[in-house]
Write a protein that binds this ligand. Structure first.
Ligand SMILES: *[C@@H]1O[C@H](CO)[C@@H](O)[C@H](O)[C@H]1NC(C)=O
Ligand SMILES: *[C@@H]1O[C@H](CO)[C@@H](O)[C@H](O)[C@H]1NC(C)=O
Length: 255
């Protein structure tokens, strides 16, 4: 079989039926894939030009399709799915618009109340797993809970706890100290400096793990000047359903 003949058959199979019919009437206007195919075949760049060309085109189309699907949010599964007791959390129902939240700002009692829920979320948002579940999902030991369960954390809540700890350190540095003024001792580990460094490093990696690629535009001030990128009012289309994760955690707080 000459490469010329296989080029023709390849061209036909690549075109949809309507286009093939049009081709017969406009046969003198090679373009696009057909032209590329002819060039490769005629010049004999490849000994088996057609099957390799097919493969290249398939790979390019596949990559483009995956990219389009990914950027439209149709693909949101993690690349490597790992067995987990906590199910994969799907996308939020709609875009999440980041906004300034006075209830979470400053040293007010309302802000303290909101943040302190996350500060102590070990008590509310950790989950208890049975020995069977621990074995089934291949986890290392959790924290001792009862004889029939162990307690595990979930990353999002640990991240929120860390952020609340940093806030506490900013507004209530004394809360990180023992009555004698020494850093709070947590199981032999000095709480203050250690916990800050732990949280900075933990949150840095959490943020990088998420790699939110939302584009943020400028904030325009009252004089109409573009000053800085504030992030408020920007819709985020990559968010996951945090309420679903919270519902799961609360439902599994105890066995
Ligand atoms: C739990 O374990 C401890 C120590 O192994 C044991 O003394 C206790 O009786 C156990 N309790 C129950 C309810 O099994
Ligand atoms: C924040 O408020 C608390 C009282 O609620 C006060 O003890 C603390 O000093 C305040 N922190 C700052 C940085 O003003």
């Amino acid at each position: 079989m000459s490469s010329k003949i296989s080029c023709e058959s390849s061209r036909d199979s690549l075109l949809p039926i309507e286009e093939r019919e049009i081709e017969t009437t406009h046969a003198r206007k090679p373009k696009g894939l057909r032209r590329a195919c002819e060039l490769i075949c005629e010049r004999r760049f490849l000994t088996n030009g057609i099957s390799i060309l097919h493969q290249i085109i398939f790979i390019i189309v596949f990559i483009l399709a995956v990219n389009v699907a990914y950027h439209r949010g149709l693909i949101s599964q993690p690349v490597a799915s790992v067995k987990s007791f906590v199910p994969y959390i799907g996308p939020a129902a709609g875009p999440v618009i980041f906004t300034d939240s006075p209830d979470w700002s400053g040293n007010t009692s309302q802000a303290a109340e909101n943040w302190n829920k996350w500060l102590v979320n070990f008590e509310t948002h950790t989950i208890a797993l049975s020995e069977d579940s621990i074995a089934k999902f291949g986890y290392e030991p959790g924290l001792y809970d009862t004889n029939h369960s162990e307690r595990f954390g979930i990353s999002m809540f640990h991240q929120l706890h860390c952020l609340a700890t940093i806030r506490e350190f900013a507004y209530l540095p004394d809360a990180m100290r023992m009555p004698d003024g020494k850093p709070l001792d947590h199981d032999g580990v000095s709480f203050s400096g250690f916990h800050m460094d732990h949280c900075y490093n933990y949150l840095r990696q959490a943020i990088e793990c998420y790699a939110d690629s939302t584009v943020e535009w400028a904030k325009i001030n009252e004089q109409g000047q573009r000053r800085g990128i504030q992030g408020w009012g920007i819709p985020h289309y990559q968010c996951r359903d945090r309420d679903a994760l919270e519902a799961f955690a609360l439902a599994h707080h105890n066995l």
